[in-house]
Design a binder for this molecule. Structure first.
Ligand code: GLV
Ligand code: GLV
Length: 322
């Protein structure tokens, strides 16, 4: 069996594939392959499985290049908006993702962003390094507390639920949430309340954390209108997918102090940032690293490999997406 990996990833999954006796080829350049390079590599290789990343756009052309012997594209991510699922289904190619193993890392990162925005950590760090600290001051860099505030979770999947857990158990926060489906067990466990209309979450929350997948129905879920509904003191955090937030509208809202602040791990046109975003002091930016811990990236590598092995052994991959 021959496996193609579109870019070097942590080693544990590769080792599992090699232990199976599979021939593993990794893109030798540590960069994203262009569409042409990817189709050429797949077309020439006759691979039985492909391990791809969220930076690879897997469309009908790429799937066709992989050929009829190819059983699975295992995405090294929980999100799979980079893959044309319909085209894969039509070709009988399985698609898998890496849920679960990254829940804690992403939830921690979302929480770290919320804390950092509330307590103005990056801004304070820049201030101190710049030699501007000349002694304690009663009014210096005043932030805001998280304790007992209202957290709005938009998208109550594994990650959103974990963020809610930290908020309720660690910070005595109240949780309100929106999701396409209600979860009464969650409500009981965390004394949370469901809002059927997402706008009510935007209106009422002090902190808003986005955890929905990117779909046609979630694109620009946060736009100028929603930003205007939010409290002037609200802090918005996005660790899901960039296009869920209208980034140009967010820049305007942050400039005009329509909301207090934002923290983003994902961007509308990655790796580009909306004009003016990086000039603002009331936004925190991280480069799509919410799952980037040593433990999690290894666990994702193992899970992607396990999905490939199952598919090639004729079993149902544990994380097949339908
Ligand atoms: C990262 O964004 C992922 O979907 O795993
Ligand atoms: C993603 O894994 C989620 O369920 O939030």
């Amino acid at each position: 069996m021959k496996i193609f990996i579109t870019r070097a990833i942590p080693s544990r999954g590769l080792e599992l594939l090699q232990q199976k006796g599979y021939k593993v080829t990794v893109n030798p350049d540590d960069r994203v392959l262009t569409k042409d390079e990817l189709t050429t590599a797949l077309d020439a290789g006759g691979y039985d499985a492909v391990l791809c990343l969220l930076t690879d756009k897997i469309d009908a052309g790429v799937l066709d290049a992989a050929g009829k012997q190819c059983k699975i594209f295992a995405n090294y991510a929980v999100g799979f908006d980079n893959i044309d699922m319909k085209a894969a289904a039509e070709r009988g190619i399985l698609i898998s993702n890496t849920p679960g193993v990254l829940t804690d890392s992403v939830a921690e990162h979302a929480f770290a962003l919320m804390l950092a925005a509330a307590h103005r950590i990056p801004e304070s760090d820049r201030f101190t390094r710049a030699g501007k600290y000349h002694g304690w001051e009663p009014m210096l860099l005043l932030g805001t507390d998280m304790v007992k505030k209202t957290l709005g979770i938009v998208g109550l999947g594994r990650i959103g639920s974990r963020v809610a857990h930290h908020a309720v158990r660690g910070f005595d926060m109240s949780v309100i949430y929106y999701d396409v489906k209600r979860n009464e067990d969650f409500e009981k466990e965390f004394n949370a309340s469901f809002h059927e209309n997402v706008d009510d979450v935007f209106r009422e929350a002090d902190f808003i954390s986005i955890h929905v997948p990117l779909l046609e129905t979630t694109r620009h879920l946060v736009n100028a209108e929603q930003l205007a509904m939010m409290k002037k003191t609200a802090i918005l955090v996005n660790t899901s997918r960039g296009p869920i937030v209208d980034e140009a509208a967010l820049v305007e809202a942050l400039k005009n102090k329509t909301i207090r602040g934002a923290a983003l791990d994902v961007f509308e046109r990655e790796p580009a940032l909306a004009p003016g975003l990086a000039d603002l002091d009331n936004v925190i930016l991280t480069p799509h690293t919410a799952s980037a811990t040593e433990e999690t990236r290894q666990a994702m590598s193992v899970l992607a490999a396990e999905n490939i092995i199952a598919a090639l052994e004729g079993r149902e991959p544990p994380n097949v997406i339908r």
